[in-house]
Design a protein around this ligand. Structure first.
Ligand code: SF4
Ligand code: SF4
Length: 468
């Protein structure tokens, strides 16, 4: 750990990694833009043969989810968008953030737009061209937000990727904290939050409104190490214990068990993600994939709709809002019927965090599935980075993609099952502690339906699909 902290005080770390990832980001966009198609059957192959799309959704995205669950927001440490938005904030208007931005609703709204317009409307998770447009849109919004608002507004108050990773990093073994709070209490220069260093690009005070001495969870720190660098460099009275902020071991799921309630905007975000991961996992198996389409089709078919965006909106509303809302409400209604007095708002804000470990486990399962199932495509990737010709050859039968070896398939099945079981177990622990905290040990028993019902949605599907 000392070596990592030492490295973080150096001028070139993590800055150099951000420049490398910026180059990679540009390359992935360019490669994605080379493969335009709207033919659904063709895109079904192209999504795995286009280098940009394959790397972004089958390796980059799974890697940052896995990274967040075990180590915290380490993607944010190397994210190129952070330097772009910070640069534009330096030369921009530096307006005060509005209350709406600070409330967290901007993140939730941006995420809902990505799901409804991006995923449902343009299939950005499958279509390489629209994946590239999506990456460009993220940069565009970060430039716009950076140009208007003060400090780093995008990374904390707009970026849904960062917020999702912050949520998962409540499970991480590691965190970014001040070593010794007394050092901060007696510090005169407070260089970690000093205005003078606010718009530096590397040795900078905190742009996301954190004060290292009061950080108690991983949710918001983007691990830029700016405060560590300023704390080390701009000491008005030299102190051997500085830099005081450090990356440190905090213990698995430490932040989750702090049981910090969600804010209203965060709760809506978590609710929508809880529906999204159901669709992510259920779409992997033909049986559950058909089930997923069944209820939206009950509305779409009788109306004979053919507007793509409207169909996407209806599907999105059922899968990302109505399904999860029913699942979230079920334990609450049972507990009310059995005499509990907990108000609905308090239930949603407090017990909402019990969904987080299962959501993270489902996302981890998706990451395992994506990264392993795409291995057979690697052989053909670098001969044809756009993937257009390879996709044609697969459709024509000139290239046959091999099945995953039995041994790997078996290991994947074991991992998928264990990960969900671990998520359910953590969720049970969270409910137990929440019931203790709220003195609901007796009346709070129905709240265990959160892990039971929500966990079963994944566990039963995985058992039926992978084992029976
Ligand atoms: S983190 Fe460093 S600069 Fe900030 S208050 Fe603590 S000792 Fe001072
Ligand atoms: S607390 Fe430090 S490392 Fe975290 S975001 Fe702020 S400046 Fe960066």
């Amino acid at each position: 750990m000392n070596q990592i902290n030492n490295l973080l005080t150096k001028w070139y770390f993590p800055l150099s990694l951000k420049y490398i990832s910026l180059i990679a980001y540009i390359v992935l966009i360019v490669v994605g833009l080379t493969a335009y198609s709207t033919d659904a059957a063709f895109i079904n192959q192209l999504r795995n043969t286009n280098l940009g799309n394959l790397i972004v959704w089958s390796y980059w995205w799974p890697a940052i989810v896995i990274g967040a669950i075990f180590f915290g927001r380490i993607w944010c440490m190397v994210c190129p968008v952070e330097i772009i938005t910070t640069f534009f904030a330096k030369i921009g208007l530096k307006r005060k953030r509005t209350a709406w931005l600070l409330s967290g609703w901007a993140i939730t709204a941006f995420y809902i737009i990505i799901l409804f317009v991006g995923i449902q409307g343009f299939a950005i998770h499958r279509n390489p061209f629209f994946m590239a447009i999506y990456l460009l849109a993220i940069v565009g919004v970060s430039i716009l937000v950076g140009s208007i608002y003060e400090k780093n507004t995008f990374c904390r108050y707009v970026c849904p990727v960062g917020y999702l990773l912050g949520l998962y990093s409540r499970l991480a073994f590691f965190g970014y904290r001040a070593k010794n709070k007394n050092v901060c209490d007696t510090c005169k220069d407070k260089s970690c939050i000093h205005k003078k260093y606010q718009y530096n690009l590397n040795y900078k005070s905190c742009g996301v409104d954190l004060y290292p001495a009061t950080i108690t969870d991983n949710s918001d720190c983007i691990l830029c190490a700016g405060c560590m660098k300023t704390c080390s460099k701009y000491q008005s009275e030299p102190n051997a214990n500085r830099p005081n902020p450090q990356f440190t071991q905090i213990g698995f799921a430490n932040d989750l068990f702090r049981l910090k309630p969600l804010k209203m905007a965060e709760m809506v975000f978590v609710l929508v993600v809880s529906g999204f991961v159901i669709s992510e996992i259920w779409s992997e198996w033909t049986v559950t994939n058909r089930l997923l389409a069944y209820f939206p089709d009950m509305i779409i078919k009788p109306l004979a709709l053919n507007n793509k965006l409207l169909i996407g909106f209806i599907k999105g509303s059922v899968i990302f809002a109505i399904f999860p809302l029913i699942i979230w409400l079920f334990p609450f209604l049972i507990s009310r019927l059995t005499g509990a007095t907990l108000k609905m708002k308090d239930y949603f804000l407090n017990y909402g965090i019990a969904f987080v470990p299962i959501i993270a486990a489902a996302h981890l399962d998706k990451a395992i599935l994506k990264s392993t199932s795409r291995i057979p495509y690697f052989k053909h990737l670098f001969d044809d980075v756009s993937g257009v010709s390879t996709a044609h050859k697969i459709i024509d039968g000139q290239i046959v993609i091999k099945q995953m070896p039995f041994g790997l398939n078996f290991v994947v099945s074991i991992l998928l099952t264990l990960v969900i079981v671990a998520g359910v177990w953590l969720s049970i622990m969270v409910v137990k502690r929440l019931n203790q905290k709220q003195n609901f040990e007796k009346t709070g028993v129905p709240n265990y339906l959160i892990p039971v019902v929500y966990g079963s949605i994944f566990l039963i599907m995985i058992l039926a699909w992978r084992w029976f």
